[in-house]
Design a protein around this ligand. Structure first.
Ligand SMILES: [Zn+2]
Ligand SMILES: [Zn+2]
Length: 283
């Protein structure tokens, strides 16, 4: 079965993200390396790193992803926020290297009132600075977003514009979020929709691969541009939609991470079992 897991909490130490994922019988995991909604970051202690490596070996995790801070906006019209976003992105990459994690997922930016040309120029300028300063091993996965107002990365042509020129090292691929794609107008619930998506991807993003799938159902309608996640099978994509999506050869064998609503770990357990059942019907 393909690698599958959930986004877990690092409360109590970054190594506990792996402990939580293991308890949920996950074979892949994603976490925030610090609170994603504050600029203040905490440094990870050496013993935490050690325990992280120990657990990683013990549980045999091969597919580990860091999701970067939600505050990062690499095209912010506010110079100070743009500068902080660049520093934060570099910080996320450093933590990834410290932990031996290969990929850091990022939502590249929101134009916040600027024209799309201005926003694109700014984002590429920020990435150029990061590219020049980053000498480590970890790299970025650009995540497709829902297309909410000012959102600059909801389609492959736009993501391609952002990524061009940074493929050798910094940008290592794409994180494909199913809810965001559906909300942005990619119909991933039909074979025709998936065929169109694949040809657009191949046309605009040659040399790039989808390295991670965020498997989320959507609480918002198709092409609504609203970013709302839902439990697998309970949203507008639905079980039938996921059956079609998960059997698409283009997306086969790519690790799946669920970012579905979570009040308790039981929610994760339920969503994981729904997906495993669907995969069992397909694989
Ligand atoms: Zn995300
Ligand atoms: Zn996502």
């Amino acid at each position: 079965m393909r690698p599958i897991g959930v986004h877990t909490s690092i409360a109590g130490g970054v190594h506990l993200s792996l402990e939580r994922a293991y308890r949920l019988k996950c074979s892949a995991v994603q976490f925030f390396s610090h609170s994603p909604r504050t600029w203040s970051v905490r440094t990870i202690k050496d013993e935490e790193v050690e325990r992280f490596q120990q657990l990683r070996r013990l549980y045999g995790f091969e597919h580990i992803f860091i999701h970067s801070s939600y505050l990062i906006n690499l095209c912010s019209p506010d110079e100070e926020i743009c500068r902080r976003s660049i520093e934060m992105m570099l910080f996320e990459l450093k933590i990834a290297d410290l932990l031996g994690v290969e990929y850091v997922v990022v939502h590249p930016g929101r134009s916040a009132g600027q024209s799309s040309i201005e926003a694109m120029e700014k984002i590429r300028n920020s990435l150029r600075i990061i590219y020049d300063r980053w000498k480590g091993r970890a790299g970025i996965l650009l995540e497709n977003t829902a297309g909410q107002k000012g959102d600059v990365s909801s389609t492959f042509p736009r993501i391609a514009e952002i990524a061009t020129g940074f493929s050798d090292g910094l940008i290592k691929g794409i994180c494909f979020d199913t809810a965001h794609a559906y909300q942005a107008g990619y119909d991933i619930t039909t074979r025709e929709g998936l065929t169109a998506l694949q040809s657009e991807f191949k046309r605009y993003m040659p040399g790039y691969q989808v390295r991670l799938i965020h498997l989320n159902d959507s609480r918002a309608p198709f092409h609504s541009g609203l970013d709302r996640h839902e439990h697998i099978g309970k949203g507008t994509i639905g079980k039938d939609g996921f059956r079609v999506f998960l059997s698409c050869p283009f997306f086969r064998d790519i690790p799946l991470i669920l970012e579905t609503p979570k009040k308790t770990e039981d929610d994760d357990k339920r969503n994981l079992s729904v997906v495993k059942k669907l995969l069992g019907e397909i694989d």
